[in-house]
Design a binder for this molecule. Structure first.
Ligand code: TA6
Length: 296
């Protein structure tokens, strides 16, 4: 593993360092927030606005190894969501989250840090998905966290992909949260065999395992974390699906890289294009999806 050149650092603002496991990450310390973004998966694991609690959940049991997904933060999901529909032996949630990305730039925009990373098709990705592409990820770390994932078709034929910014929010107690913004939306319920239901008019509460893909929605989602006396906001653009996930007790126990007692501390609110909102890109075309996460 070679070191990223020191020229990427900005004195007292951003630096490239190795974490305790030996993986490279960008460490951001600005007047507005702290953050960590790994080159592994272009995976943002930590975001904490100044004088606030951390906004993202990261499991104490997470693996930090090349080829393995990090459990928590914001995994980047591409080019398929969940198991591959045609071949379940392929890695769940695609390969973007487990590959080494290139750090393109760290720039300062006032008190914000902007980190840009890229991932291009290679023989290894073509063995899993036979298309030429370039991904660009831009994370702006300020009072809010703004993420933009751009997919560029660099090949000669169209391709179709799914994607998600699989955001693990940190909550004090998931049993006491209210999720606003999904009322009246249709969802596919993975806990009930993927069947389609329509959300009622009341805010969503979490009382058991929840694994839902809300479809046809670009709405903001607010998580009212009453036990912490704060609200978290996820807003987005060019994303037509919102996933809500908490594994609850039994599924948490079944996940080797997730603590048995950690499930009350997280709720995934994921911005994506999944299933019926999968995106088809002609040669040369680009698609950008964004999500903004903040604490109100
Ligand atoms: O986004 C929800 C989900 O697809 C769930 O079905 C759940 O399994 C979760 O992602 C985590 O998947 P992972 O492959 O990271 O274990």
């Amino acid at each position: 593993m070679s070191d990223t050149p020191a020229r990427f650092g900005i004195e007292g603002f951003a630096s490239v360092e190795r974490d305790p496991h030996g993986l490279e990450r960008v460490a951001i310390t600005t007047p507005l927030a702290n953050a960590h973004i790994y080159l592994h998966g272009s995976h943002l694991t930590h975001f904490q606005p100044r004088d606030r609690r951390p906004i993202l959940f990261l499991s104490a049991k997470s693996l930090f190894q090349p080829g393995k997904a990090i459990r928590g933060g914001v995994p980047l999901i591409f080019p398929w969501f969940g198991p591959n529909a045609a071949d379940t032996s392929l890695p769940a949630h695609g390969f973007a989250r487990t590959r080494a990305w290139n750090l393109e730039a760290i720039t300062r925009r006032g008190d914000e840090a902007v980190i840009e990373m890229s991932l291009a098709a290679s023989d290894a990705t073509r063995a899993l998905w036979p298309h030429d592409f370039e991904l660009r990820y831009r994370a702006s770390v300020g009072a809010a966290l703004e993420m933009a994932l751009t997919v560029h078709n660099t090949g000669a034929a169209p391709f179709t992909f799914e994607e998600a910014l699989h955001t693990y929010l940190s909550v004090e107690d998931v049993r006491r949260v209210c999720v606003h913004g999904l009322a009246g939306k249709d969802y596919l319920d993975k806990v009930r065999g993927g069947r389609r239901f329509t959300e009622g008019s009341a805010p969503l509460t979490i009382t058991q395992e929840v694994d839902r893909v809300y479809v046809g929605t670009r709405a903001d989602v607010t998580v009212d974390d009453s036990a912490a006396d704060r609200r978290l906001l996820v807003s987005k653009s060019d994303s037509d699906a919102t996933v809500v996930w908490n594994p609850w007790i039994d599924r948490a126990r079944a996940l080797a890289d997730f603590g048995d007692e950690e499930w009350p501390q997280m709720l995934c609110i994921e911005s994506g294009n999944i299933g019926e909102s999968a995106v088809t890109l002609p040669p040369g075309a680009e698609h950008t999806m964004t999500a903004i996460v903040s604490s109100l």
